[in-house]
Design a protein around this ligand. Structure first.
Ligand code: BV8
Ligand code: ZN
Length: 231
């Protein structure tokens, strides 16, 4: 940490677990009640927009009542400690922004934004009152959550920003990511190939645990604040 010029941090659902946001694969995870692989897709939305919208409304209600946890704040504290820094998150909950992170690339969009299927206009969730589901845009088009669904390409400029950061950083921390969802899961391996020192923080082993330089078996909320203090 002390000798690195360029730090990249990759986060997954695990960093929001201690805030009370269910992860995808955890025991109380979203996968238990629904199958996100079925719901977080365009054809689920075309087939049953009401069900998909109700799922996102359910998740928004969960998320709006929780707070960022010490792990989110620790990452915000790291942001100004390096010449170059980028936070790449797979999460759509907006908790990093609420903790004050600014240099952030949201690979999978943000649950607090909507996008019009017809005119592409982006609107803030607060602007939309769900008097009807699915909600309509001023142009009459149907609104969808502005998130990346399975089978959809990630926003090009954000993905290249993340790839660039993985290829140029000296140190990459992968925190609370199951390393199963592509292309996010390839970023730590890309950093390894570029000669970066890669550290994983996760209470469970993942498919990359054997390949990274250090795999710390611990909770993000415990480990990150201690790392920052010793930095
Ligand atoms: C694409 C937004 C191509 C929506 C999300 C085989 C078959 C079918 C598809 C594929 C396949 N192989 C690859 C694919 C593609 C697919 C994919 O990777 N599927 C996987 C499941 C196999 N990927 C895609 O479809 C991507 N797009 O490939 O497009 C393309 C290219 C060009 C043109 C057209 C198309 C899009 C993927 C994005 C999907 N959207 N989210 C929404 O949220 O509703 S993904 C969603 O799941 C999350 O964003 C997140 O990324 C992912 C969940 O993963 P994690 O974040 O890691 O969370 P998880 O619960 O899994 O794990 C939590 C971890 O935290 C665990 O390891 C746990 O141990 C740990 N943890 C728990 N507590 C703590 C903790 N860690 C630290 N501290 C704690 N306290
Ligand atoms: Zn519109």
């Amino acid at each position: 940490m002390r000798s690195s010029r360029f730090l990249t941090v990759l986060t997954g659902a695990g960093i929001s677990a201690e805030s009370g946001v269910p992860t995808f694969r955890g025991k109380d995870g979203l996968w238990r009640k629904f199958n996100p692989q079925e719901l977080a897709t365009m054809d689920a939305f075309m087939r049953n927009p009401r069900l998909v919208w109700e799922w996102y409304e359910y998740r928004r209600k969960l998320i709006q009542d929780v707070q960022p946890n010490p792990a989110h704040y620790a990452i915000k504290d790291l942001e100004d400690g390096f010449e170059e820094f980028l936070l790449v998150t797979q999460n759509i909950d907006g908790l990093h922004q609420r903790a004050g992170s600014r240099k952030i690339a949201e690979l999978h969009g943000n649950i607090w934004r909507n996008r019009c299927l017809r005119c592409g206009r982006i609107s803030d969730h607060k602007e939309v009152y769900l008097r009807e589901i699915p909600p309509k845009c001023a142009c009459g088009g149907t609104l969808r959550p502005d998130v990346v669904w399975f089978g959809e390409a990630l926003p090009q400029e954000i993905l290249s920003q993340a790839l660039q950061a993985a290829q140029s950083c000296n140190l990459l921390l992968s925190v609370g990511a199951s390393a199963l969802v592509q292309p996010a899961a390839s970023l730590p391996l890309l950093a390894l190939r570029n000669g970066a020192f890669v550290v994983e923080i996760n209470p469970e082993p993942t498919p990359i645990s054997e390949r990274v330089n250090e795999s710390i078996r611990g909770k993000a909320g415990d480990v990150l604040p201690r790392l920052v203090k010793r930095q």
